[in-house]
Design a protein. Sequence first.
Length: 191
Amino acid sequence: MRYMLLSDPHFSHTGKEGKGIVDWASRPEDHEKRLMKGLQKDILDTDTFICLGDVAFGDDDMWHRWIIEHVPAQRKWLILGNHDRRSASWYLDRGWDFVGTTFTMRLYGHVLFFSHMPRPISVKKMLCIHGHFHNSNWRNRDALAPVVTHRHILLAPELTHYRPVALKSLVNSWDTRKKRGESDDILEYRN
C-alpha cells in the first residue's frame, strides 16, 4: 500500500474573466483534465489518497463526488484547506474516509505532519508536508513564510505536473537533499 498525495486542485476556480487559478498560479488551461487523469491513472485501488486541501471553488458537491467515485484509492483522506469551508460531516457524507485540519504519522524514519498551510514544528525528526503556496512567489508576500523552515515540504500541483505524488518518494527526496547538504533549503517537491 502506498500513500499518494495531492494538494490544491482548485477545481472550478475561475475568476471574473474566466481564468482564476489559471492566471493566479500560472496553470495551463487544461489543468483540471491533467489533475483528473493523474488521479485516475497514478493511484491504485490499494493506495490511500491524501488531499491536502482546497479541492474546489464551486461545484463542490460534484467535485467531491467525482473524487470519491473516480479515484481508485482504497481510502481517501482530506485535510481541510482555507477554501474548504463546509463542515467535516459534509465531506464525510460525500464519501471521504477521514476529514481533519491536520494529522501526524510516523513513517520512513520521520514524524510526518500533514496540513494545508505550513505550521510551526519543533520536533527534530518532524517534517511538515503542506500545500497552500502553489508556485506563486509566496516567500515574498505570504504572512506564513516566517514559519517555514528546511523541514517543510511544499507540495503544489504546479510543481508536480498536476499529478499525485507518492509519500515515500517525497520523503526520500528530502532525505537525499539532506545527505547532500542541501537541507537548509526549503524543498518544493517536483516530479
